[in-house]
Design a protein around this ligand. Sequence first.
Ligand code: FMN
Length: 176
Amino acid sequence: MANMLIVYSTTDGHTPRICERLRAVIEAQGQHRVTVMPVADCTVEDLARCDSVVIGASIRYGKHHPRVAEFIARHQSALDSRPNALFSVNVVARKPGKDVPEGNPYLQKFLRRIAWKPRLLAVFAGRIDYPSLGFLDRNMIRFIMLITKGPTDPNGVFEFTDWAKVEAFGAELARM
Ligand SMILES: Cc1cc2nc3c(=O)[nH]c(=O)nc-3n(C[C@H](O)[C@H](O)[C@H](O)COP(=O)(O)O)c2cc1C
């Protein structure tokens, strides 16, 4: 059994849900034991113990959390020395053309900022849970949705994630 580590950065808890779905798909293939943990908890020892590593991070106000780029810079040789992958979660990815790594502006901008060249890339559309957000965040996102022709009902929960696509990426990770 090979050990795969999936580390994530999240604000509202959707990225770890995607990680858990990846874990289920990958473990079902029978070749990997998968550990999922927040990027903030991941140590040098955790990385040393794994045979492959995946990083997943969500976008908030145009950016992945700064600790993701810091983690990558600090551990780049550990990342480069084993099979590795990166995925981003954002709501722009609900739009055709922005739902692929080459067309997603956040992922492309992030890749230009970091020295690491992940072997596999993915981008997934996220989830907006308006009632769970504070007044300012809720209305900022509603405004962004208004101008990008998305849903604005403040009582709504909108999940844009294509779970079949997440599962297909999981199958790809199991083969990497
Ligand atoms: C306050 C806030 C700001 C956001 N900013 C952006 C953004 O700039 N671009 C975008 O595509 N998605 C944006 N999103 C959508 C998130 O990326 C999406 O909700 C994702 O599922 C969050 O994942 P997480 O729960 O793991 O943090 C934002 C969401 C919130 C709540």
